[in-house]
Design a protein around this ligand. Structure first.
Ligand code: WTA
Length: 652
């Protein structure tokens, strides 16, 4: 946590306060009493939230924690996620309400009401059954942000199949390893996807991946771009299989602990972990947090979360949370700067978006592009702004508030993780007095603490490791196929408590400031990537003997990847070496893991026991004076590296 201390001292001199708007406070979904109510009886509080959903059978116990860290919430309760997200709104007479205003990157649009959604999800569910997908089977989804992605998720939930969404920016290699880990039977993909105005292939990557995945029986392909695709015996067109299905499907209820989805995320080793979420508790917390943190008024609000469905934010706050609450959402396929840098704000104006949720990296990009882009559009419909994915720096927070929110809209800085399933620490927009850059306090019903090295709680004015002290409904139920990693990774550092991997600090007023990861996980534009994963990708190239990866701070992406590599003999460092290695990492993992810089070095700094001293490499990556080298096996190495770099190493 060395490089955190400087940021920290800047942050803690932050003493601006922003009060909730009076009208919002008066009409807020969540009032200050919720904290007290939850403190008095946490389980009763969650049981009350669970009644937002439609249960086919009631639970007999709110929480069973006897087999900790494996929780069971709403024991014996039964429900269907798709029925809760779709059918019940139609039954309640809201079939004509828009569920999604879909906006394609190329400008076409599609309006999907709850009644439309019911038909599409039922057809898709019938198609999956025809393809032999049953309860508990895993379905891999590798799609752009098109309505079929939502239909696919809900159809799987409807028939009790388990989804594993793989972000469309991951490579075929990453897709392959995730399909194998979950033994998926089906992949749902599209011919291609639009990115910055261009049609790019997508199915190609699936074809490459499934050559080595014996569990896959079919590939179901949505036609999106109309681009040429190779065709294999296992391939089926969505429009051939789904369109002819009945629009009626009778859903059965599943146990509250029936698996709902697996989502892979980076840990501290080279292998991503499949985070497992289940049905009842997950949907309860998704619905409650969306209701409380975004203050959703389903009849009047238009909500937009810009996250991709490939990440947990896309699961919980594009699909499950908003739909469970009967929200009207925007679903956008494209990027914020295509065809122009005001595209997002144009969409806000067009649909009168009132609740907007995005990531700090995007806010910083918009800030860099200049105020003239948002200033061209009418943003007066906005009510609440949200942020997620990484700590938001006070400067970006203030810009978001002033330029996008016109100084009227509270900002909810929401801390959570793939593992937590839903928001854990965040202001409540009608209650909390916010400070720029702080996620403020745990939500009602959530227990968090900050511990020192010895596991003792620290108080106001002190920092340490963030832990969650009580089980919560949408908590992960494990890592797919790896019980030990689940226990060791999250529950062993501080026994009985969930260790999140983040550093945090209480300020003097009792607000929480998140300080970034304390492990070897990097956060690049809000995407988690482990240093080891990138190192593995680099050493899998024939030219690389050894690699060490560190993160360096970056004004736009928060952190950026910097790699130090030693070449094998016979390979020379030349102008194209770094370019080639970067391309190799993209091939192995995907563009999100592309190193900003690759430095070829003669040696790496190691301790006597052979451990790479990343701290020293970070000093170089950040152009700082190099720290204490006394524990190095060979203290002259840092000079060698620095000299080598000074004598014309390429800065790619
Ligand atoms: C970081 C994304 C500070 C944190 C929902 C966490 C944040 C990791 C915030 C999880 C925030 C997320 N402030 N840091 N508001 N939100 N993080 O699994 O380091 O993709 O551990 O889930 O992102 O990333 P993940």
């Amino acid at each position: 946590m060395t490089d955190i201390s400087e940021t920290l001292s800047n942050l803690l001199s932050e003493n601006r306060h922003f009060f909730p708007p009076v009208e919002l406070a008066i009409n807020a979904n969540a009032k200050i009493e919720s904290y007290q109510e939850a403190d008095e009886d946490r389980l009763r509080f969650w049981a009350k939230q669970a009644r937002r959903l439609q249960w086919a059978s009631n639970w007999t116990q709110v929480l069973d924690w006897t087999d900790a860290p494996f929780a069971r919430w709403f024991v014996d309760g039964k429900l269907n996620v798709a029925v809760n997200c779709v059918d019940r709104h139609v039954t309640a007479g809201n079939g004509d309400r828009v569920a999604y205003h879909w906006e394609g990157e190329t400008g076409e649009t599609r309006t999907i009401t709850y009644a439309d959604l019911l038909r599409e999800v039922s057809k898709t569910a019938n198609a999956l059954l025809e393809l032999g997908i049953g309860e508990g089977d895993r379905v891999a989804i590798y799609l752009p942000m098109i309505p079929e992605a939502v239909f696919a998720l809900l159809a799987c939930a409807r028939i009790g199949a388990v989804t594993s969404v793989i972000f469309g920016g991951f490579s075929s290699e990453a897709l392959r390893s995730r399909i194998i880990d979950a033994s998926a039977k089906l992949v749902i993909t599209s011919d291609g996807q639009y990115r910055r105005g261009k049609a790019l292939p997508l199915k190609d990557a699936v074809d490459e991946a499934v050559e080595q995945t014996p569990s896959i029986e079919h590939v179901l392909v949505v036609r999106r771009t109309g681009g040429e695709v190779a065709w294999n015996a296992r391939d089926l067109w969505w429009h051939d299989v789904v369109e002819r299905q009945s629009t009626v499907h009778t859903a059965k209820a599943f146990d509250a602990e029936h698996p709902l989805f697996i989502l892979y995320t980076s840990g501290t080793t080279g292998t991503p972990k499949g985070i497992l979420h289940t049905t009842g508790g997950y949907l309860v917390q998704a619905a409650y947090t969306h209701h409380a943190v975004f203050d959703l008024k389903p009849e009047t609000d238009v909500y937009w979360c810009t996250a991709d469905i490939g990440w947990v934010t896309g699961h919980t706050y594009v699909v499950y949370g908003p739909l469970a609450n009967g929200a009207t959402s925007v679903l956008y396929e494209g990027t914020p700067d295509t065809p122009h840098r005001g595209r997002w704000w144009e969409i806000v104006e067009k649909y009168r978006v009132s609740l907007f949720y995005t990531a700090p990296t995007a806010i910083r990009a918009c800030m860099k592009w200049g105020d003239e882009h948002p200033d061209r559009f009418d943003l007066s419909s906005l009510r609440i702004l949200g942020s997620v994915g990484e700590p938001i720096n006070p400067e970006a927070w203030m810009w978001y508030r002033e330029v996008i929110g016109h100084d009227r809209c509270p900002i909810v800085d929401t801390w959570w993780q793939t593992e937590t399933g839903a928001i854990m620490i965040s202001p409540l927009p009608g209650v909390t007095t916010c400070k720029p850059g702080s996620a403020m306090r745990p939500l009602p019903g959530i227990g968090a603490a900050i511990l020192d090295e010895q596991g003792k709680r620290v108080g106001r004015g002190h920092g340490g490791y963030l832990v969650l002290t009580e089980p919560w409904p949408s908590m992960l139920r494990g890592i797919w196929g790896d019980e030990e990693r689940f226990r060791n990774g999250y529950w062993s550092r501080f026994p009985g408590k969930y260790f999140a991997g983040d550093g945090a600090k209480w300020d003097d007023e009792g607000a929480i400031w998140l300080l970034g990861r304390v492990d070897d996980v990097m956060n690049i534009s809000g995407h988690r990537i482990s240093t080891t994963e990138v190192e593995h990708a680099l050493v899998s190239h024939p030219a690389v003997a050894e690699a060490a990866v560190v993160s360096s701070s970056d004004p736009l992406t928060g952190q950026a990847i910097v790699a130090f590599v030693i070449l094998r003999s016979g390979f020379e460092d030349g102008d194209d070496m770094a370019t080639m290695l970067r391309a190799h990492v993209v091939h192995e993992i995907g563009p999100i893991a592309k190193p900003r810089q690759i430095m070829v070095v003669p040696e790496l700094p190691k301790t006597r026991s052979g451990k790479i001293m990343r701290r020293l490499l970070r000093d170089i990556a950040e152009n700082r004076a190099i720290g204490d080298v006394t524990t190095l096996a060979d203290p002259t190495i840092m000079n060698m590296i620095a000299q080598g770099l000074a004598s014309g190493m390429p800065e790619d």
